[in-house]
Design a protein around this ligand. Structure first.
Ligand code: ADP
Ligand code: MG
Length: 277
């Protein structure tokens, strides 16, 4: 590629809020044949809302107080549902699982089904189809829960369909299988392209596994949890609204929240290389 065509390509990108780290990144994007999307904050708006609560009020109060210390989007949904203050001891974040702490001498855990299962806490069979579930355990017993929903971004469906004309699209999420499967059906992503219940440290492993099958992989994500996967991918694409860590790990940064920019980035790469040949 000539320096001039690359400068033109990166310049056009910048005009559209698509920032390539450099010429090499602009070049490599055209070779990508698989695009992996993180769910929360990438395909979805990332402003989840509590649609239903289950169980004990006291436990819900504890959970709301505890989540004030977390910056996770789900924590935001929970603190929006109610505003409660308690002194908290021994607060811990368990990445991709949830949070825990001690409130008025009681052990409180707020997190995913996986987190509860790993602690051998039997799950109640509350249901709300397609919703993300967050459970609240007090003194080693699940006492309450939240059904939480996060809307798709307006362009998500269209972008997935456009990309699927030339590339394989995958969904990668820490959320539970049922939520991921339902979303995949809605978006037209094949069931065997869905990786759910994935811990932050495992996200990069899924990218590696795809690469091992011969795929050239672009990973699109926003969260702090996505940084290792972004760095592992052949091309890491970070949403500019995301965390600093994600941005540092990225080859391409999209300013704004519009997924259509992923398509723009791919097209720019293809066009730049065409001009060279
Ligand atoms: P995603 O991959 O969809 O961005 P994360 O890896 O951030 O999701 O989180 C995975 C799961 O862990 C969430 O769906 C949720 O069940 C649980 N979780 C993570 N952080 C919290 C928190 N602060 N409070 C409650 N649950 C949490
Ligand atoms: Mg995310």
């Amino acid at each position: 590629a000539t320096p001039t065509s690359i400068m033109v390509g990166t310049g056009k990108g910048a005009e559209h809020g698509v920032l390539f780290k450099g010429g090499a990144q602009l070049e490599s994007l055209q070779h990508v044949d698989a695009v992996v999307f993180d769910k929360t904050g990438t395909l979805t708006v990332g402003r989840p809302v509590v649609v239903k609560t289950f169980g004990q009020e006291e436990a819900l109060d504890f959970a709301a107080a505890l989540e004030k210390k977390s910056e996770h989007p789900l924590a935001h949904a929970i603190t929006e549902e109610r505003d409660v203050v308690f002194d908290i001891d021994r607060f811990t974040v368990d990445a991709g699982r949830g949070v825990s702490g001690v409130i008025v001498g009681r052990d409180v855990i707020v997190g995913s089904a996986r987190m509860m299962r790993e602690r051998n806490l039997p799950l109640p069979d509350w249901s709300a189809a397609g919703a993300t579930f967050v459970y609240v355990a007090v003194d080693q017993e699940i006492k309450a829960g939240y059904a939480i929903r996060d809307e798709l971004k307006p362009t998500t469906k269209q972008v997935i369909q456009e990309l699927q004309q030339t590339k394989a699209v995958y969904l990668l999420t820490g959320d539970r299988q049922e939520v991921a499967d339902q979303l995949a059906v809605e978006l037209g992503i094949p069931q065997d392209h869905v990786f759910a219940d994935v811990l932050p440290v495992e996200k990069a492993d899924h990218v590696k596994a795809l690469q091992a099958t011969g795929r050239r992989v672009a990973m699109v994500g926003d969260g702090i949890n996505d940084a290792p996967a972004l760095a592992t991918a052949d091309v890491g694409i970070a949403l500019g609204s995301g965390t600093d860590v994600a941005l540092e790990a990225a080859d391409v940064t999209l300013l704004g929240h519009d997924l259509q920019q992923v398509v723009t980035a791919v097209r720019l790469s293809e066009q730049t290389m065409k001009n060279i040949r």
